[in-house]
Every structure is written in structure tokens, then in C-alpha cells.
Design a protein around this ligand. Sequence first.
Ligand SMILES: Cc1cc2nc3c(=O)[nH]c(=O)nc-3n(C[C@H](O)[C@H](O)[C@H](O)COP(=O)(O)O)c2cc1C
Length: 199
Amino acid sequence: MTKLRRKFKLRIRKKFITAFSLTILKNMNLYKSLIRPFLFSFYPETAHSICKKLWKTSFIWNVYSRFLVNDERLSVNLAGLKLRNPIGLAAGFDKNCELINGLQHLFGYLVLGSITLSPRKGNEKPRVIRYVKEKSIVNAMGLPNDGARTCMLRLNKVQSIVPLVVSVAGFSVEDYVECTKLSQPHVDCIEINIGCPKV
Ligand SMILES: Cc1cc2nc3c(=O)[nH]c(=O)nc-3n(C[C@H](O)[C@H](O)[C@H](O)COP(=O)(O)O)c2cc1C
């Protein structure tokens, strides 16, 4: 009986999320009038954490993956990597390689990190500022991340359907070399972040 009830509850939840997402997709005004003001009422990193939590919920990306367009005409070849579409996620959104299961449904490739050899807390907060009028955001995060070893342990458990790139940052040549060595077996490509000016 409880199993049945749980199944029923899950189905209702799934239906609700589908209907909710459809409404948002069909009506961008809802995003502009409701969701964006809600997210903008938080400090940017808090809004990011909320989105990350949601994005880890398989329901969300299961629903979004239904609206994906998979058209062969969008596929491109990038240095030998076949991309489903040419839109990739830039470094900085999934700094700790935690969101691949969901993000892979949205993009042609993912750039994870930037990661460093050792874990880093980054700069003191506030370190991200929104300029709403200018529709821009300035960040000086200072490369917060869980460190290459922890991130690679996470990557080891993931089977991605899109090419993965990891952005590697460091403070010496040895850092870069070691971090690259640790990352190489787990990704399709390495991006070298040599110019992070905010550390
Ligand atoms: C909050 C935040 C964090 C970022 N973290 C990184 C990072 O860790 N490594 C990196 O190479 N770029 C980082 N970036 C830069 C982005 O990858 C990207 O280059 C930048 O947002 C410009 O994107 P656009 O050309 O689409 O406007 C970050 C950007 C933001 C806003």
C-alpha cells in the first residue's frame, strides 16, 4: 500500500514539474516576472546554489531533456570531438564536477572547473556582484573548488553523453602539470586557465 502511494506521489510530482516547465518554456514572461525576481532577491552565489540543488534533481532534467532538439545539422566536429550541438557550457558554472548528469542534456559539451590541484575556499564574500541595469555580473571568486582529486573521483562515477572538458588552473608549472595528469584519464579535453586575474 505504501509502495503504491509513493509511486502515485512520484507520478503526481513528475506531472506537476512537467506542467510547470512547459508553462515556463511557453511563457518567458513567467520567468521574467516571477522566477528571475525571486532568484535576484538572493546574493548571486545563493541563487546559484538554489539552481544547483534543483539541477541535481533528476526530475528537472528528465523533463527538460524531453524538449531537446537532436538534429544532425547541429552537430559539429571540434578538434576530433563530435559535438551534438555547438553550444557548450563555459567554466565556472559546475566548478566541482557535480552537475554533469543534468547539464549534459542541455549542452553540446561541458567545461568543468576551473579546478586546482589542492582544494581552495576562494576569496571572501561578497565576491560576485550583479549589475542588473547593465545585465552583467562581475566575479572575483578566487577559484573556489574541491581540488582535482575529489573532482576526478566524481568524474570517475559519471558516464557522460557529451564530451567533457576540464579547466585547469594553478599557481606554478608543477601545479598545472600535476592537475593535468590527474584529469587527463577522465576527460576528453583540457582547458588551461592561465589568466584568472582575481586570485
Ligand atoms: C560566477 C562566475 C564564475 C566563473 N568561474 C570561472 C572559472 O572558474 N574559470 C574560468 O575559466 N572562467 C570562469 N568564469 C568565466 C566564464 O567561463 C565565462 O568566460 C564568462 O562568464 C564570459 O562568458 P560569456 O562570454 O558567455 O559572457 C566565471 C564566470 C562567472 C560569472
